[in-house]
Design a protein around this ligand. Structure first.
Ligand code: HEC
Length: 487
């Protein structure tokens, strides 16, 4: 089997807490910092962990390091007292052959053996009724299997959910646990952007919006179609070659699914966002699904604390040419998103044993193209797309975008840029083309133009892959000098 190169492929040898450097933790507390800057020099080993772990990716005894918790002592004490568990990446990277073998032997989860549930419905993604059905099928698909192990009465032990799936294979992307935005210790969330008032959530307090101090953190999962391709992608040789040749290629094929749970760090969110993230009247018992995580809540500030974070958005991506109306130019990707709405109840999920809050995740719409009008917004839902930064487009001429996403972009528009910057020409200072796509594309024409410039390469709409390759190419051990391209 090929060796998967990951920044978390350190041997998971957990040592006793007694060896932990409590002095360092105490001095962190005095200085008020717990996330020192990531630099090439330290090789990006500022990894947020709950227990000290041996870091020996190189298997060279001289290079072994111990990674210690960066938490403040009182947070660490609280994590232990509350029995919060460490994040353990799901790394089910098995080759296609291994998958076939396991499948034959009946050793995969039941969900891996049955037909993909959207295939026999003859769905045309351009039809609003069928698009909404697809959204709900996908929501069900990503919720299945996470809650069976939870033996808590009424299934309220939220902290242990989405850690192991008994029904279907899911995996996480390597190389996202480094940098100040890297995975936090408890659920593996990575840092994203501050929340602001949008067409979806209106109650964000002004000082929080202005101060940009309620950022969102997210956790993404990929199904076996993607995990199988991760098996060959995340090998040292392949990753270096990708960087040197500046020809990004990743291809997950039909049936690839990714989903992301997004959590906002607004302090006392149940009070600040009462009525939007909590219910009222007959729904007063309902509140957003939530976790305790080790997060910073300010855009600029890197100090992490244990905080309760609210699940306010879920995103799903699906690539499948077998769906009617998907576009070959966009590799047949469709995207759909959901937000917490205490007054919405999804009957499609009634028979599922899932936490009540998740039944209130409202599907917003489905996007199948980059241009205006190639997104369907479902009746009763609010979208969040303002290409000029001010005006919400009418919903028959908009592009799908979630409540915590950048209002100027759209789901597919941003994801279409994945990997593309690695393929664009660089100048003699190794700077990539100045007009590289930042927030993505608002039209297909624009996207196709860049794709041509980038040698036709991309990472198949997978944004985490883009981010992980950025981390890889900058890390000390692998720092890759990109070739100069003559003009
Ligand atoms: C402005 C750019 C941008 C927009 C707009 C955007 N995304 Fe993403 N998306 C990202 C980035 C960057 C990541 C990786 C984040 C991370 O893991 O830290 C990501 C991750 C994801 C993932 C996990 C799989 C992957 O590709 O990494 C899914 C699924 C996803 N987004 C779906 C959506 C959907 C659905 C929408 C619209 C509602 C959307 N995104 C809007 C940039 C964007």
């Amino acid at each position: 089997m090929q060796r998967i190169v990951t920044a978390f492929a350190f041997s998971l040898v957990f040592m006793s807490c007694a060896t932990m450097s409590t002095r360092d933790l105490a001095s962190n507390e005095e200085n008020g910092v717990n996330y020192p800057p990531d630099t090439f020099e330290n090789g990006f080993v500022n990894i947020d962990v709950l227990e000290p772990i041996a870091f020996n990716r190189k298997k060279d005894p001289n290079k072994q390091k111990t990674v210690h918790p960066i938490m403040f002592q009182h947070d660490l004490d609280e994590a232990h007292k509350s029995q919060l568990k460490s994040f353990r990446p799901l790394m089910n990277f098995k080759s296609k052959e291994e998958f076939e073998k396991l499948k034959k032997a009946g050793r995969l989860g039941k969900g891996d053996l049955v037909k993909l549930p959207w295939l026999d419905k003859n769905i045309d993604v351009r039809d609003s009724v069928q698009a909404e059905l697809l959204s709900k099928i996908l929501q069900r698909y990503v919720y299945e299997g996470w809650f069976d192990q939870d033996r808590t009465e009424n299934k309220t032990d939220l902290e242990n959910q989405f850690r192991e799936n008994s029904y279907r294979t899911w995996c996480h992307t390597p190389w996202l646990n480094i940098t100040e935005k890297g995975r936090e210790a408890i659920h593996g969330l990575t840092k994203e952007f501050p929340i602001r008032n949008t067409s979806v959530y209106h109650n964000v307090p002004e000082e929080i919006e202005r101060g940009e101090n309620a950022v969102t953190w997210g956790l993404a999962f990929f199904n076996q179609n993607v995990c199988q391709n991760y098996d060959t992608f995340f090998t040292e040789e392949h990753m270096i070659q990708q960087m040197r040749e500046r020809k990004p290629v990743f291809d997950a094929g039909d049936g690839a699914v990714s989903f992301k749970l997004l959590f906002n760090t607004m302090p006392d969110w149940d009070k600040a966002m009462a009525g939007e993230w909590t219910g009222s009247g007959k729904n007063s018992e309902v509140k957003a699904y939530n976790w305790f995580a080790h997060v910073s809540h300010d855009r600029k500030d890197s100090i992490r604390h244990i905080a309760n974070v609210a699940h306010v958005q879920m995103d799903i991506g699906l690539r499948d040419s077998r769906l009617i109306g998907t576009q070959d130019d966009l590799k047949n990707w469709v995207m759909t998103t959901f937000y917490f709405d205490p007054n919405y109840h999804n009957e499609f999920l009634d028979d599922m044993k899932i936490p009540e809050a998740l039944r209130h995740m409202r599907p917003v719409g489905l996007q199948y193209g980059l241009d205006v009008g190639e997104s369907i917004i479902f009746a009763g839902a609010n979208n969040n797309h303002r290409p000029d930064g001010i005006t919400e487009l009418p919903y028959d001429k908009t592009r799908l975008n979630g409540p915590v996403d950048n209002i100027k972009s759209s789901c597919l528009g941003c994801h279409a840029a994945s990997g593309m910057n690695f393929g664009l020409p660089v100048d003699k200072n190794n700077q990539v083309h100045p007009s590289a796509p930042g927030l993505g594309f608002l039209t297909k024409e624009d996207y196709l133009r860049y794709r041509k410039m980038a040698n036709g390469g991309n990472y198949d709409f997978n944004m985490q892959l883009d981010k992980s390759m950025r981390n890889f190419s900058k890390s000390k051990d692998y720092k890759i000098k990109l070739p100069e391209i003559q003009k």
